[in-house]
Design a protein. Structure first.
Length: 283
C-alpha cells in the first residue's frame, strides 16, 4: 500500500510538472504569435510614406509618376525639384491627365520631408487644372512640384534685368503697340514709368494684365505736370484698360505699379502681382 501511494504521489507530481511546462510553452507560443502579428503593423507605421525626389531640368517635358504603391506597406510619392536662380520669373507648363484631374490639383511645395509630405501646411502655390502656361515669381531656392500621375510638366527661367525707370526723369520709352513683360523683382517693387510723346492731337490707350493671376495693378496716365489725365477705365480680374480722349500734342507718362493704391510708390505685399503684360498705343 505504501508503495502504491508513493507511486500515485510521483505520478501526480509528474503530471503537475508537465502541465506547468505545457503552460509555459503555450505562453511562449502565444507571445511569438503576437509578435509576428504586430511586426508588419510596426513596419507599416514606420515606412508608410516614402518620398522620391527627381530633378526637374529646364525646357524638358517630364511625365509625373505621382504616388505609387510598390508593396503593401509603403506609399511612394514622386516629387520634382526645381532649382530657381534669382533675378527673374518662372514659366511652368502643365498638361493635366484628364482621367485623374478631378482628384488632385498640381502644386508647388517649398519643403518635402522624406517620410511625410505636408499637403496643406507646406503648399506654396496651387495651379489650375485648365491653364497650361503658368507665370510664377519665386525667390531664389529649391521648390518641389507634385501632381497626379500622368501629368506632364516643363519649366523654364526668364532672366529679367532690374528696371531703373522708377521716376519721371528716368521714364522708359516703349514703342506704340509693342507688348512688354514687366517684372517687379523682390527688393525692386517700385513703380515703373513710361514716356509717351504725341506729335499731334491723339488719343492714348494702355492695357496691363497680371500674368501671375494677381489682383489689378495700379496704372495712371499723367501729363507733363504729373496731373492725372481723364480716362475711361475697364477692369477685369487682374487686367486694366485705360483710354483717354483727344489730347493735345506734348509729353505724357504712364505709371504702372503693383498696388492699386495710387499714392503708394512701392508694394511688397503677397497679393500684389509681380509679372505683367503691358501695351500702350496712340491713335
Amino acid at each position: 500500500m505504501d508503495q502504491d501511494a508513493g507511486n500515485k504521489i510521483k505520478k501526480v507530481k509528474g503530471e503537475n510538472i508537465m502541465k506547468k511546462i505545457c503552460r509555459r510553452l503555450l505562453s511562449i507560443v502565444l507571445v511569438l504569435c503576437m509578435l509576428s502579428c504586430f511586426a508588419p503593423l510596426t513596419a507599416e507605421a514606420k515606412d508608410k510614406y516614402h518620398t522620391t525626389v527627381h530633378t526637374l531640368k529646364q525646357k524638358t517635358w517630364v511625365t509625373v509618376k505621382g504616388v505609387q504603391f510598390p508593396d503593401n506597406y509603403e506609399a511612394e510619392y514622386h516629387v520634382y525639384k526645381m532649382s530657381v536662380p534669382a533675378g527673374g520669373y518662372v514659366r511652368l507648363y502643365i498638361n493635366v491627365n484628364k482621367a485623374v484631374k478631378a482628384h488632385l490639383r498640381p502644386a508647388l511645395y517649398k519643403k518635402v520631408v522624406q517620410n511625410k509630405i505636408f499637403f496643406n501646411t507646406d503648399r506654396l502655390i496651387e495651379f489650375s487644372q485648365v491653364t497650361t502656361t503658368n507665370y510664377v515669381s519665386l525667390e531664389k531656392g529649391d521648390y518641389y512640384f507634385y501632381a497626379a500621375e500622368g501629368t506632364k510638366v516643363k519649366w523654364d527661367f526668364q532672366k529679367m534685368p532690374h528696371p531703373n525707370n522708377y521716376c519721371k526723369a528716368k521714364a522708359a520709352v516703349q514703342p506704340s503697340g509693342k507688348n512688354k513683360v514687366l517684372y517687379f523683382d523682390y527688393g525692386y517693387e517700385h513703380a515703373q514709368w513710361f514716356k509717351v510723346t504725341l506729335s499731334k492731337e491723339q488719343r492714348i490707350s494702355a492695357f496691363i494684365n497680371a500674368l501671375d493671376n494677381a489682383y489689378e495693378p495700379g496704372m495712371l496716365i499723367l501729363n507733363n505736370k504729373l496731373r492725372m489725365v481723364k480716362t475711361s477705365r475697364i477692369e477685369n480680374y487682374g487686367a486694366i484698360t485705360l483710354r483717354t480722349g483727344l489730347l493735345p500734342k506734348g509729353t505724357y507718362y504712364i505709371r504702372v505699379s503693383r498696388s492699386d493704391n495710387y499714392f503708394e510708390d512701392e508694394s511688397d505685399t503677397l497679393d500684389d502681382g509681380r509679372i505683367y503684360s503691358f501695351t500702350w498705343k496712340k491713335y
